[in-house]
Unconditional design. Structure first.
Length: 277
DNA sequence: CAGTTCGCCTGGGGGC
DNA sequence: TGCCCCCAGGCGAACT
């Protein structure tokens, strides 16, 4: 499940492998993949455009083309592959084929079909794109600061974890890193976010950025061994301290990590190290 | 309006 | 072995 670090890694790898190639043709095999515009309009507009800039906002990939910007959200299982156009591929789960230069193809693979693509006129500012209307500051955006987070949470009744998952405030965190950030902060995931102080939010930003940057670095080292596949796998989870570690000893106090369903999500934490204040 | 639940999808795993 | 059901999880729509 790609979160900000994995999306960043995919973006950098695609930038390296695609560069400024032109899209010569495109085949969409699952129409709902294209959220907007229509599939016919998507094809008509995108064919002939070159890749120009590679950007990211939270978990959204943004490929700036000549006139438009291709916005992609991988959701749970979306993956890109680059390979020779005649090489075999998984027909069942490959939903889009972009034909590039030098007999290369960019394949979009998504077992569960949750991922979506959008094509917008890039002359409009990205904050008016419908797909991004609920996306706030990227976790690494320098404009995102503790005062802002403190001010927007004064009367919020939601939990810390739910707040971390809300892309409207900090964009890029998913369930895995939300669990990790709560652990790093020493806060119970169910702690009401309105009880955090400005100092807590300073620590929250440091923890968030440290963890995400560490994961990007891990992804960057992992990606070097990749050949044509750009998928995300469990290698990123090597450094996780609580997520997926049910019943394993806490790295700090050795008590077993517990897993509970909180607000419909698998939540891993240490009952000793993480208190509700 | 803020907060909660549901639906989208499919493969994998547990229970029987 | 086989079948059914549940779970995983991001996000927007629909609901309270």
């Amino acid at each position: 499940m790609p979160e900000l670090p994995e999306v960043e890694t995919v973006l950098k790898t695609l930038e390296h492998m695609i560069g400024y190639d032109v899209i010569k043709d495109v085949v969409i095999k699952y129409d709902k993949l294209i959220a907007e515009p229509s599939v016919a309009m998507f094809k008509e507009r995108i064919i002939g455009q070159h890749f120009r800039r590679y950007k990211r906002l939270g978990k959204y990939l943004m490929f700036e083309l000549d006139q438009d910007v291709l916005v992609v959200h991988l959701r749970m299982e979306g993956k890109f592959y680059i390979q020779d156009k005649d090489a075999p591929f998984d027909e069942k789960h490959t939903h889009a084929i972009f034909y590039l230069e030098q007999n290369k193809v960019l394949l979009y693979h998504d077992t569960r079909k949750f991922g979506r693509m959008y094509l917008y006129d890039k002359s409009y500012s990205s904050h008016i794109y419908p797909a991004l209307k609920n996306v706030g500051y990227d976790a690494f955006d320098p404009h995102l600061n503790a005062s802002y987070l403190y001010n927007v949470t004064r009367n919020k009744k939601v939990s810390l974890k739910r707040f971390l998952l809300d892309q409207h405030y900090i964009a890029g965190i998913g369930n895995i890193y939300a669990n990790e950030i709560c652990f790093r902060l020493g806060f119970h995931p169910g702690l009401k976010v309105c009880r955090l102080t400005k100092k807590d939010f300073e620590a929250l930003l440091v923890a968030t950025r440290t963890i995400l940057a560490g994961a990007i670095k891990a992804g960057g080292t992992t990606i070097r061994s990749y050949t044509s596949s750009l998928g995300v796998d469990g290698k990123f989870q090597l450094q996780l301290k609580v997520h997926g570690r049910e019943n394993e000893p806490c790295v700090v106090c050795s008590r077993p990590i517990v897993k509970e369903m909180m607000e419909g999500r698998g939540t891993y934490y240490c009952k000793e190290c993480q208190k509700k204040k």
